[in-house]
Write a protein that binds this ligand. Structure first.
Ligand code: ZN
Length: 368
């Protein structure tokens, strides 16, 4: 089951929807159906799509401003609580982040003003602040944008207001501490809002609070990890004491090796020491049941694994490891010789050590 689906591409940015958004759309349409049958369902779905169209424009406000500062946005994901534009990086200069954070709300404000202008021209009543479903479409859409603007400006991470706050804090106390303060504030507000929504019986608001809470911790985590690993390269964080398996080994040889020590992933090498693949614990267990103890490990291992250079930077190495979906990757020197293993366990340990340092934020010094 996939959680995220790509629905299109606009100027180098993939537009994706989260499964929960699709469910939310269906749930909304079912509500419309219960009120007014098929036409009610269609009207409800179109209404929600119009709202999310406005949210997408808001996100492209951020994306366009980010591009001005040379920051690309690989994708934007629509969630039931709104959109998340995933910037390739956070600009180093807090002033740039400030402008990127403000560009989205500026678009939302422009949409609201434009709709207000149209409503004035047609001579209707704008009904500012009124969200009752009986209001005309344009007036309702304008008011939704007004509330979106106010919601986005709440100074809690990961809302835009939180990013503005983070940019202001970061210029004084640095990115990591600024993010931590803004994220903690976001989580506290989300917890209070979530509890209030539960007692008041607003399931939708509970969902919003839940996503805000997750978003805040994910951002703080990502920034901390990046900071802890900044300036490090693979040679400083790879495992250098490890065992390998020759290509002619059997499954039972590998089982013996697995049980004899702590190592759980084994590089499989040929007679010249060249990497043929990786045998993970999962590979081994599966191989044991399908091939039996006498089977060749080459039939069980993962072949064609990506190789890592010892000079690769921390962030790139982390991404390569994640995208490989393997718990470990072989590190090879320029001649193709195996010199280490990059494992997720070791990276976790490294981050724990870095965070426990007295300066708290990690730093550019290599680990001790
Ligand atoms: Zn925004």
């Amino acid at each position: 089951m996939k959680w995220v689906y790509t629905i299109g591409r606009i100027g180098g940015t993939e537009v994706k929807v989260h499964l929960t958004f699709v469910l939310f759309l269906l749930w909304w349409a079912v509500g419309g159906y219960q009120d007014a049958g098929t036409s009610g369902a269609i009207a409800a779905a179109l209404w929600l799509l119009a709202v999310f169209g406005c949210i997408l424009l808001h996100e492209f406000g951020h994306i366009t401003m980010a591009r001005r500062f040379g920051v690309r946005t690989p994708d934007v994901i629509l969630l039931p609580i709104g959109g998340v534009a995933r910037l390739e990086r956070i600009p180093e200069e807090p002033r740039q982040e400030l402008l990127i954070a403000l560009a989205g709300p500026a678009v939302t404000a422009a949409i609201a003003l434009l709709l207000y202008g149209i409503i004035q021209v047609t001579g209707d009543d704008a009904g500012l602040g009124d969200l009752s479903p009986s209001r005309p479409f344009l007036s309702l859409l304008m008011n939704v944008n007004v509330y979106l603007l106010l919601f986005n400006l709440i100074p809690a991470f990961p809302m835009d207001g939180g990013r503005v706050l983070r940019a202001l804090l970061a210029s004084r106390m640095g990115l990591v501490r600024g993010t931590r303060v803004a994220a903690t504030l976001g989580q506290v507000l989300a917890a209070i809002g979530g509890l209030y929504a539960i007692t008041a019986g607003h399931p939708l608001a509970v969902l919003v609070a839940f996503f805000v809470f997750l978003g805040a911790s994910a951002e703080a985590e990502a920034v901390q990890t990046r900071a802890a690993g900044s300036g490090l390269q693979v040679s400083q964080m790879m495992v250098t004491e490890f065992r390998t398996l020759p290509v002619y080994a059997t499954i039972s040889d590998a089982v013996e090796l697995l049980l004899s020590g702590e190592q759980r992933e084994f590089p499989v090498v040929d007679n010249n020491g060249k990497i043929e693949g990786m045998l993970t614990r999962d590979n081994l267990i599966r191989g044991l049941s399908t091939l039996g103890p006498g089977g060749p490990i080459t039939g069980a291992m993962t072949a064609g694994v990506p190789l890592v250079s010892p000079t690769l930077g921390f962030q790139d190495a982390l991404e390569r490891l994640r995208s490989s979906r393997l718990p470990a990757l072989p590190v090879v020197d320029q001649g193709g010789g195996l010199i280490g293993l990059l494992t997720s366990d070791n990276i976790t340990d490294l981050l724990l050590v870095q965070r426990a340092r007295p300066d708290g934020a990690g730093g550019t010094r290599p680990p001790v």
